[in-house]
Design a protein around this ligand. Structure first.
Ligand SMILES: C[S@@+](CC[C@H](N)C(=O)[O-])C[C@H]1O[C@@H](n2cnc3c(N)ncnc32)[C@H](O)[C@@H]1O
Length: 314
């Protein structure tokens, strides 16, 4: 059987077996966790790369790379580099041939390799079109090994209770599966570790004051409070995106509002605070030091077993 025919047969089998990757699996045509080959339509490929703002400085890794379209497009159209891995040798050969024909064989390379055996640490962007249970199996590895700020973009299936930073539904007229010809795109940014205690000094009403920040974290969600001058104020509008953290404090005593923005780098946060009171507004430097390490709740997640996933996704 020719290569094209092989892919056609698999494609037709997938379409015939059900309306989505999940449906394919539900028919028994696939084992649980065994993602079949289904292409991401080219317009969805473009959108995934645009949402992740892929550019010449990026290193893109596609987990389960099929015919290589995500990494090839990232290289050809957006000037990035990267690699894809797939268990299917014929797809890996096809992807390498397509990269060479597109003139990006040196910047888009494909390996026959299991996603679970792949070193992801060099990625600035990871793209994924895998079954929901596979996303959940990969989730602890993504969170533990990718650098803060790394973008992860998935097609059709999300990361369960790890809420996406952005998500969209789009028309996908060329989609080989599904009746509605729609695709979902989910975008995540790997959060820095903000959990624990932080301390800094900053003037309050022109007198030096010590601020103590206490942060609890789960994925990119942060909550907590700041103690200073004898009061404990809850964080308002707290946001963590990659290494960028921001929050506000409302000090009713001095009718003062603080808006902090900063970048987390290991044991330090550096940034600025906008301080606004009834009669003054000023911008102060903000340099915090971590005084106690914390563990984000998501860091305690273990790779789930297939049995746990089957129960969870039932
Ligand atoms: C749904 S297709 C996606 C193909 C491509 N990324 C795209 O979006 O067009 C999933 C691919 O993952 C591959 N795959 C499934 N499980 C894998 C694993 N454990 N390691 C590597 N590749 C895997 C399959 O062979 C298939 O080509």
């Amino acid at each position: 059987m020719g290569l094209a025919m092989f892919f056609d047969v698999r494609r037709v089998a997938v379409i015939a077996a059900g309306l989505s990757l999940l449906a394919v699996h539900a028919t028994g045509a696939q084992d649980f966790g065994d993602t079949p080959y289904v292409q991401t339509p080219q317009n969805v490929v473009e959108r995934m790369l645009q949402v992740a703002k892929v550019g010449p400085g990026d290193y893109v890794i596609d987990l389960g790379s099929g015919d290589g379209r995500l990494v090839i497009t990232a290289a050809q159209k957006y000037g990035a580099r990267g690699f894809g891995v797939d268990l299917d040798r014929r797809l890996v050969e096809l992807a390498n041939k397509r990269a060479a024909s597109a003139g990006v064989g040196d910047r888009a390379v494909f390996y026959e390799r299991d996603i679970y055996e792949t070193d992801l640490s060099g990625a600035s962007v990871v793209t994924i079109y895998l079954l929901p249970e596979v996303n959940l199996m990969m989730r602890p590895t993504l969170l533990a090994t990718l650098k803060p700020g790394t973008r992860v973009v998935t097609h059709d299936y999300d990361m369960a209770e790890w809420a996406p930073d952005e998500q969209m539904v789009m028309d996908a007229p060329d989609k080989p599966v599904g009746r509605d010809k729609k695709s979902k795109v989910f975008f995540y940014v790997i959060p820095a570790n903000a959990a624990g205690k932080w301390r800094w000094e900053m003037p309050v009403a022109d007198k030096p004051a010590v601020f103590n920040l206490n942060v609890a974290q789960n994925f990119q969600s942060v909550t907590g409070s700041v103690e200073f001058n004898g009061a404990t104020l809850p964080l308002e509008k707290a946001r963590l995106r990659g290494e960028d953290i921001s929050f506000s404090l409302n000090d009713a005593r001095g009718k003062t509002r603080y808006e902090f923005t900063g970048k987390i780098s290991g044991r330090n946060i550096t940034g600025a605070a906008q301080v606004a009171s009834a009669n003054a507004q000023r911008r102060l430097e903000w340099d915090a030091v971590r005084t106690e390490s914390g563990t984000p709740a998501h860091a305690l997640l273990k790779k789930p077993t297939m049995q746990e996933l089957q129960q969870k996704l039932q």
